[in-house]
Ligand binder design. Structure first.
Ligand code: IPE
Ligand code: IPE
Ligand code: MG
Length: 246
């Protein structure tokens, strides 16, 4: 049931965002090409989506490909795009069956036309689903998203549609790709031991709890998700207030 919890350790955070890192190192450690790690990574995505839905998470955001990832060698970028095609073609029907709404954020005009079509199809097919929202950050960069929002607002002010005084945090947030319908993440998980945000959801992560796991993404499973949620519940979120004043 949406919003219910099968974790046995309290309601899970409404929105979990994950930086799925470590595919390359997973493969290299086994003497395999990096792309094999990406392939295993897709299996971990399937497992994470299923686990999140079963645990009652309402929003799951997965960082799949960053703006900066375009600078990787051409063959790795192509392999990642090919995997994305396979994932979208093979998984959308199942996501839809499971009541999952799919949203893609990022600079989609940089993606090939066929992938853009797959994305549009996935979004429109699943738009009415209410079990969980799966946000896929693809060709996504937090700075680029902020600049784009600022540009849209500047144009509206220039054209006399918006007063400069009307620009508030709420209005700004509504101009981001997460709009006014996707709440900010409560919990951000990064795998692979790196402790940085790498241009992910710079605005939206303002008060997220961060959990960094040494697990490499292809090894990530339900247990890791549950552990991160348990760690989240041990945290004391204050949002800038003093303890007990909220
Ligand atoms: C994460 O794994 C997947 C993407 C960024 C697309 P990496 O490919 O970054 O793997 P490492 O960090 O090199 O191990
Ligand atoms: C962040 O991982 C992007 C994704 C997981 C899609 P990277 O591997 O690209 O980040 P850096 O280079 O370690 O900061
Ligand atoms: Mg990496």
């Amino acid at each position: 049931m949406p919003g219910s919890s099968n974790t046995g350790f309290g309601t899970p955070p409404a929105h979990i965002a994950i930086i799925m890192d470590g595919n390359g190192r997973w493969a290299t450690a086994r003497g395999l090409p990096r792309t094999v790690g990406h392939k295993k990574g897709v299996e971990a995505v399937r497992a994470a989506v299923e686990a999140a839905r079963e645990l009652g998470v309402r929003y799951l955001t997965l960082y799949s490909f960053s703006t900066e990832n375009w600078t990787r060698p051409q063959d790795e970028v192509s392999a990642l795009m090919q995997l994305l095609r396979f994932y979208l073609r093979g998984e959308i029907a199942k996501l839809h069956r499971n009541g999952i709404r799919v949203r893609i954020i990022g600079e989609r005009q940089r993606l090939s036309a066929d992938i853009q079509a797959l994305i549009e199809n996935a979004e429109s097919l699943t738009a009415g689903n209410t079990q969980m929202t799966l946000v896929i950050a693809l060709s996504y960069g937090g700075r680029q998203e902020l600049v784009e929002a600022a540009r849209k607002i500047a144009v509206a002010v220039r054209d006399g549609e918006l007063a400069a005084e009307a620009v508030t945090a709420e209005l700004f947030a509504a101009h981001l790709s997460t709009g006014d319908d996707i709440p900010d993440p409560d919990l951000m998980i990064r795998t692979s031991g790196e402790k940085r945000v790498s241009n992910f959801l710079l605005w939206q992560l303002a008060y997220a709890e961060m959990v960094f796991l040494d697990t490499l993404w292809p090894d990530f499973g339900r247990r890791d998700l549950e552990e991160a949620i348990q760690e989240y519940h041990r945290r004391d979120r204050r949002f800038g207030a003093t303890v007990g004043s909220r």
